[in-house]
Design a protein around this ligand. Sequence first.
Ligand code: PHE
Length: 344
Amino acid sequence: MKEAIEQIFKELEELKATTQKEAEEARVRFLGKKGEITALMEQFRTIAPELKREYGQKLNELKKTALSRIEELKSSAQADNAGSTPKEDLTMPGDAFPLGSRHPVSIVRQQIVDIFRKFGYDVAEGPEIEDDYHVFEALNFPPNHPAREMQDTFFVSTGHLNPLLLRTHTSSVQVRTMESQPLPIRVVCPGRVFRNEAISARAHCIFHQVEGLYIDEDVTFADLKQAILLFAREMFGPDTEIRMRPSYFPFTEPSAEVDVSCNICHGKGCNICKGTGWLEIMGCGMVDPNVLKASGIDPEKYSGFAFGMGVERIAMLKWQVNDLRHYFENDMRFLSEFATATEV
Ligand code: PHE
């Protein structure tokens, strides 16, 4: 028994463990139910009483040494493991980085512009703060036309002949194009416009337009109709039909409102088209000779057509959004619906 105790002391001294598992194995080997020290304890019960004192002490010492040695091994294995094995699980997939996307109004404005670009139109832009001349005067608005009133127009400065104001349509850009570009002219004018309207589901004081202008020799109403039909089919699908209703604008004669066949019920009548089967999308007409004259273009030689549409209106129809205000509130839940809606 003496030798056995000495032997275990020696082994304990040389004992090594690099992992928790090895340390636990050592505990089982010496102190487990069938462990070497446990076996010696059993044996101790049977030895001669005069030896009990001596061996009892030795055995207790051995057990203590084993316990502290194994404890030591366990904690050093733990420290080593903490150093080499990171707590993070490196195989876990990373957090998705939230990607921004274009605003639905920008997407639709770009789609409209891209369609007309395919038809050979250039893009023209102009100032949002305009003067009365380019927004009204050059476009044949009579001096007392109601659109010039405070109720419709935001004025920046008043009290003189050509007050500054926030443009109420991008037709002002068409005037600037006629003033500065050689003929023939074929442009679309996308941009933000401002009207003094009460904000509701159907109207806002800020919105976006794309207007177009085509001036050349022998441009006819048939050209206008064809251009609009091709546009409508590109925008709303190849089965789309259009119809034109007589209307009035100071800068076009004749003038028309354009409706497209409802792309939701396909003409049968639904609550989006209010049962009519048609959706109004834009105003258009043949450029009034007075407008050509005001910009120094000879109406005897040249003729042209113009059209203008609201981008939010087209977007509402395209995506069946029933409240215009969604486009201005920048609610992420709404905007993220359009994250993948970039195709025409
Ligand atoms: N400027 C008109 C508007 O803002 C739209 C339009 C443009 C109508 C060109 C006819 C021709 O409502």
